[in-house]
Design a protein around this ligand. Structure first.
Ligand code: NAD
Length: 353
């Protein structure tokens, strides 16, 4: 279980340090985890003149999984596009062919008040959005802006091949098998042929997973259902553009950006695991960032890349316990709770483990 650790910029090193301490506990208890540190993002630009240096690429390729903090910050905002920290993130995703993005949205009962929705609508929410990450209208050709008949027109191409749909569908069915075995595929087949093919291939793939209950929903309805009754879902699978929008909508159901992990997987379940939030330059270096999204990203790594479900559960249960005990970093604080910093939150998780 070889992990390439890329702490990145801003709060990245602080939150990753806590995740590594959690992994240390598991290593001491016998899990064969090995970690090696590399540079990605602004820190890599500073050290090597490249946001995704060759050394990092080699390290990431050789690893079984990558744990990432976050990249970026105002220090590098003025650089040429190729040197921007975010460019490093896009390049590593492409280099490793990470086509499946898994974004859980979990509302811990103790944090239900942080959601913009009524607590009774979101309390206990636990859904997973599986978004295709390397195809669709974001990459389709032809694309452009040109003059036709004397006026400018802009155009893009929504395109999916059946192999692209089948591989993301398989990831989603497999994820559903590890959860409550219900999968909802989201498309717009009433108007878009590309998504008619999507639906057809998802239905074909379902034959490989007879234990999973498959349903379909049009994307406009899915957007509505996510705020009306989000708990009806277990796993949602959808294309790149719809997934981009729905996964952000789903993350806001939880109201706490510092709590949400994510995974991006390749065809062999090698993955890059990272919190969904950014490098939070406004609080970097102050020891107040919430490390739980990163700790939960490490738990996802254990589950999806290493098949270590028990270890993953141990970490997730510990996170639930510290919330139940009332420990809160600033971003999720509420009256009557115990305010802690990054390190003390890590300590609390380790104690709960
Ligand atoms: P952000 O997610 O970094 O911060 C948004 C707000 O949430 C800030 O007020 C921040 O303090 C708070 N926040 C975020 N994570 C937190 C945590 N763990 N604990 C407590 N509070 C937290 O988004 P932004 O401010 O738009 O972007 C800052 C930088 O991060 C930019 O350079 C951006 O490009 C980069 N970014 C990187 C990633 C990534 O690495 N995947 C994702 C998004 C943004």
């Amino acid at each position: 279980m070889k992990i390439c650790v890329l702490a990145g910029d801003g709060i990245g090193p602080e939150i990753v340090a806590e995740a590594l301490r959690v992994l240390d506990v598991l290593r001491r208890d016998g899990l064969p985890l090995e970690t090696e540190m590399g540079l990605l993002g602004g820190c890599a630009v500073d050290a090597a003149g490249d946001p995704f240096p060759d050394a990092t690429r080699d390290l990431a390729r050789a690893a079984d999984a990558i744990l990432l903090g976050s990249v970026g910050g105002p220090k590098w905002d003025g650089l040429a596009r190729e040197l921007r920290p975010e460019r490093g993130l896009l390049r590593i995703r492409k280099d490793l062919e990470l086509f499946a993005n898994l974004r859980p949205a979990v509302v811990y009962p103790e944090l239900a008040g942080a959601s913009a929705l009524k607590p009774e609508v979101v309390a206990g929410l636990d859904i997973l959005i599986v978004r295709e990450l390397t195809g669709d209208i974001y990459f389709g050709q032809p694309r452009g802006i040109e003059v036709r008949d004397g006026e400018r027109v802009g155009y893009n191409t929504m395109i999916y091949s059946e192999s692209e749909v089948r591989r993301i569908a398989r990831v989603a069915f497999a994820a559903a098998m590890k959860r409550n075995r219900r999968l909802c595929s989201v498309d717009k087949m009433n108007v878009l042929e590309a998504t008619q093919l999507w639906r057809d291939v998802v239905i074909e793939t379902a034959a490989e997973f007879p234990q999973v209950e498959l349903s379909h929903m049009l994307v406009d309805n899915a957007a509505m259902q996510l705020v009306r009754n989000p708990r009806q879902f277990d796993v949602i699978v959808t294309g790149n553009m719809f997934g981009d929008i729905l996964s952000d909508e789903a993350s806001m159901l939880t109201g706490s950006i510092g709590m949400l992990p994510s995974a991006s997987l390749d065809a062999a379940n090698k993955g890059l695991y990272e919190p969904i939030h950014g490098s939070a330059p406004d609080i970097a270096g102050r020891g107040v960032a919430n490390p739980l999204a990163t700790i939960l990203s490490a738990a996802m790594m254990l589950r999806y890349s290493f098949g270590a479900a028990e270890a993953a559960e141990r970490v997730e249960k510990a996170v639930k316990q510290v919330l139940a005990q009332g420990y809160r970093t600033g971003d999720i604080d509420a009256p009557g709770m115990t305010r802690v910093g990054t390190r003390a939150m890590g300590d609390a998780v380790i104690a709960a483990m």
